[in-house]
Ligand binder design. Structure first.
Ligand code: MCN
Length: 801
């Protein structure tokens, strides 16, 4: 990867070239689109969580000033379809509710008005006849034998099942630790809400602008939903103000906006308020994990048994497969002799579930790291030491796990040792002991977590292209979709490394299905390893063409032509005078009518598995339960680091998200299914005021699976940080007898746990799993099937998010 003179731009801290436009307000987001003669779409949403939908009264609203039309399921004319992933035919969703409403926030009608305020006023006048049905909010309740059915035609509230043969018997196991852990439901909360606009040209061709992470994926999905030929649709993604997994693929509002534009012949714009976004944009996580770990008295792990309940929300789609993604990471960083892992995912009357940063892997790690800490405590072994004893050894890679994942490369002790060194672990333990001995009110907690996660999962490939311009600048085209990650900068570094064209003379085009041939978009931290490798390949193609051209012009043998990246020229080896600049080459190639371009479709044979270790330090007020995060050290290993500045940015953002889950955030519904956290006063997003500056570092263990040696970093720090913080809070009060505190570790929960422990009855983290697992076993024995539906395609899609 080094250039001819031995230096490379790769691995250096190149400042983001996309920032000037963002900082100067020149970048265009959805709300900046200027579509003349546009109509504003305002959705009327169900305020009943479950009910039979009768007549929708729109007459009064339709006659309000500025209202052009009110559309309901009856007039929309779009058949029910599946979201990002089909789970089962029974769960197809009408884009506007039809016959039944299944969650608060489900769109029932849309008002199209000249002005947004007129649409809002008219929407207030629409009312729907809804006969309430019993509401099922909780996934465990939804799986009870007598639960109200949300899709009666399906015959149960089970969306996805994956069960194992019983094989873990703890009867001869010396020590078994057990916990029922709740990985709470989170909202994604991107700074820019989910939004879309549509326009139809005089030939009937539809342009859909959407704040999406995956323009080409959306392109195919919207064509299917509207039963249109894909070539009659263009999807454009302007700047995206954060996606974090939530903006993956088609959402019902996109379909409605597109259909409304086709119907009215006018552009239609949808930009929802935050409270709508909090109810409608898919939520994520939402698992209950019944986990048991067997150990020898020396702390060596034996069996792992997990019975996991997931929540799909009201319309199962990709979120229904994330719990099986959690199962696929059953082994984590550890060696076990057996694993038994059952997953059931339920339909509930709540916002549908989708992906959020980490998408299934944070849940897997949170569970392992709680079990491991519980075992360490039980056996009186230091948390770092018990991990060291049980990590997969450096020599085993590539390593195929119980669930069939092949870990590409790993050195699990390396980042943990580094993190311990940075945080000065031994000193912290001494401080903790001193505080305890003195009986200080402020308790010190030290939390350790190690993780391995999966990036570029699924069947994965990506497209990249490059075009050289007459002035020597270049444009790159990528099938990925940058929305904050800094792709223009890193991709430009890859081009600069091969050509010497300066990074600030290279621009990126993404997010336009007419200008970029194909693409998988951005999710599952896939972009650099796949998109970057494709850009590298495309640049290689262009460089080869340039060498041939230079050989002709300089009348030299092509074998003697080299690129001098420090001079930015292509010429005869050892003869600097005999060289052409990129500008000169572009001029020659254009005069021949054969511009210098390159295209490349890169495919990676398997996913990559980044890993790392986080250590968190908290102070807990022993009287109030208040928690203050005072330090967080992250050492993440995403293979070869291309731009340390961008990687550190991702670590910082990822940690903030993970701390949010550990301490603050939780989506809640009341027993009638009303969301009680759908604004940013009630849903506690962390702000800078709650967070210290983080210490981040990287170790680099390259993957052999792509030419960059790179794995993903976009989600890794979220995976590692939540359990480190949670473990730190529990560690702070462990000496009082506290064994476990569920996420998020709010002051009330911490205070209650300490109160109960002090009163001599610490909360037992275990509770017997619900009988659904026994019932499934009987059923499985009867029909010899381990899974009710084929989960392969859905799981693969979920792994790519
Ligand atoms: N990078 C690098 N060296 C590596 C790995 C990555 O220099 N070995 C750089 C990349 O060039 C890129 C950045 O780090 O600029 C992240 O790359 P990568 O890990 O490939 O992740 P993606 O670009 O595919 O981003 C997706 C990931 C996901 S899945 C979520 S969710 C998430 C995240 O990125 N959402 C984000 N980070 C986000 N950051 C912002 N600002 N906004 C979001 O919505």
């Amino acid at each position: 990867m080094t250039s001819r003179n031995g230096t490379s731009i790769l691995g250096t801290r190149v400042v983001r070239t996309e920032d000037p436009a963002l900082l100067l307000g020149q970048a265009k987001f959805m709300a900046d689109l200027d579509l003349p003669d546009k109509l504003h779409a305002v959705f009327v949403r169900s305020d009943v969580a479950h009910g039979t939908l009768g007549a929708v009264h729109i007459e009064e609203a339709a006659s309000m000033p500025g209202v052009v039309e009110v559309i309901t399921a009856e007039t929309l004319g779009v058949a029910p379809h599946h979201g990002f992933t089909k789970v089962h035919d029974d769960f197809a969703r009408p884009p506007l509710a039809d016959g039944r409403v299944r969650f608060v926030g489900e769109p029932i009608a849309v008002v199209l008005a000249e002005r947004f305020e007129q649409g809002e006023d008219a929407a207030q006048l629409i009312w729907a006849e809804i006969d309430p049905l019993p509401v099922v909010v909780d996934a465990e309740d939804a799986l009870a034998a007598d639960a109200e059915l949300i899709f009666p035609e399906h015959g149960s509230n089970e969306a996805v099942l994956k069960t194992d043969k019983p094989r873990t018997d703890f009867t001869d196991t010396a020590v078994v630790v057990r916990g029922r852990y709740v990985n709470q439901r989170l909202a994604v909360v991107p700074m820019e809400p989910d939004c879309a606009s549509a326009e139809v040209d005089s030939d009937g061709r539809l342009t859909l602008w959407a704040s999406t992470q995956m323009p080409h994926v959306l392109h195919g999905q919207i064509a299917d939903a509207l039963a249109m030929a894909p070539e009659n649709i263009r999807v454009i993604t302007p700047q995206v103000g954060g996606g974090f997994g939530g903006k993956a693929g088609i959402h019902p509002e996109y379909t409605v906006v597109a259909a409304a534009s086709i119907r009215t012949g006018r552009p239609v714009v949808w930009i929802p308020p935050r409270s709508d976004d909090m109810k409608a944009l898919p939520h994520s996580r939402g698992q209950v994990q019944y986990a048991e770990l067997g150990c020898t008295p020396d702390g060596d792990f034996t069996g792992l048994r997990v019975r996991l309940i997931g929540d799909a929300g009201a319309y199962p789609s990709v979120g229904a497969f994330l719990p099986t993604g959690t199962r696929s990471m059953a082994q984590g960083t550890y060696s076990f002799s057996t694993i038994e892992y059952d997953v059931v995912v339920a339909v509930t009357n709540t916002t549908p579930m989708g992906a959020y940063r980490g998408a299934g892997r944070p849940e897997a790690t949170a569970m392992h790291e709680r079990l491991v800490d519980q075992a360490a405590h039980e056996l009186d072994i230091d948390p770092i030491e018990i991990r060291r004893r049980n990590f997969l050894d450096d020599s085993v890679f590539p390593y195929t796990t119980f669930t069939g994942n092949t870990y590409d490369s790993g050195r699990y002790m390396l980042p943990l040792e580094r993190a311990a060194e940075i945080v000065d672990y031994d000193q912290l333990r001494a401080d903790q002991a001193n505080r305890r001995a003195r009986g200080d009110r402020t308790l010190l907690g030290i939390g350790v977590a190690a993780y391995v996660e999966i990036t570029a999962g699924g069947d994965d490939g990506e497209f990249g292209a490059i075009e050289l311009h007459a002035d020597g600048s270049a444009t790159i085209f990528a099938g990925t979709q940058s929305h904050g990650q800094g792709h223009q900068t890193t991709y430009a570094m890859l081009v600069a490394d091969q050509t010497g064209i300066p990074v600030d003379r290279i621009t990126l085009v993404d997010g336009d299905t007419d200008r970029v041939r194909t693409g998988g978009g951005t999710g599952g931290s896939r972009s650099l390893q796949l998109g970057g490798s494709a850009i590298r390949g495309a640049t290689g193609v262009m460089v080869d063409k340039a060498k041939n051209l230079a050989a002709q012009i300089l009348e030299a043998d092509v074998a003697d032509i080299v690129v001098d990246t420090s001079a930015g020229t292509v010429g005869v080896v050892g003869v600097p005078a005999q060289a052409l600049t990129w500008q000169e080459l572009a001029g020659h190639s254009e005069s021949k009518g054969d511009p210098l371009t390159g295209e490349f479709d890169f495919s990676q044979e398997d996913a990559t598995y980044p890993f790392g270790a986080h250590i968190s330090v908290v102070e807990v007020d022993s009287e109030t339960g208040g928690v203050r995060l005072i330090r967080h050290v992250a050492v993440d290993d995403c293979g070869t680091v291309i731009n340390p500045l961008l990687v550190e940015g991702q670590q910082h953002g990822g940690i903030a998200a993970g701390v949010g889950q550990a301490l603050f955030e939780e989506v809640q519904f009341d027993e009638d299914g009303n969301p009680v956290t759908s604004n940013l006063l009630d849903y506690a997003m962390p702000t800078a005021a709650e967070l210290p500056s983080f210490d981040v570092a990287s170790t680099e263990t390259p993957t052999p699976l792509n030419p960059l040696g790179a794995k993903g970093i976009g989600e890794a720090a979220t995976v590692g940080s939540t359990p480190a913080v949670q473990n730190a809070v529990i560690d702070a009060c462990a000496h009082l007898g506290v064994r476990h505190i569920d996420l998020p570790c709010t002051p009330e929960r911490v205070w209650r746990a300490m109160r109960d422990a002090r009163a001599g009855h610490p909360t037992d983290p275990w509770r017997d799993p619900p009988d659904i697992f026994e019932r499934l076993r009987t059923r499985r024995d009867l029909n010899k099937s381990t899974s009710q539906i084929d989960t392969t395609a859905g799981e693969s899609a979920a792994q790519g998010i």
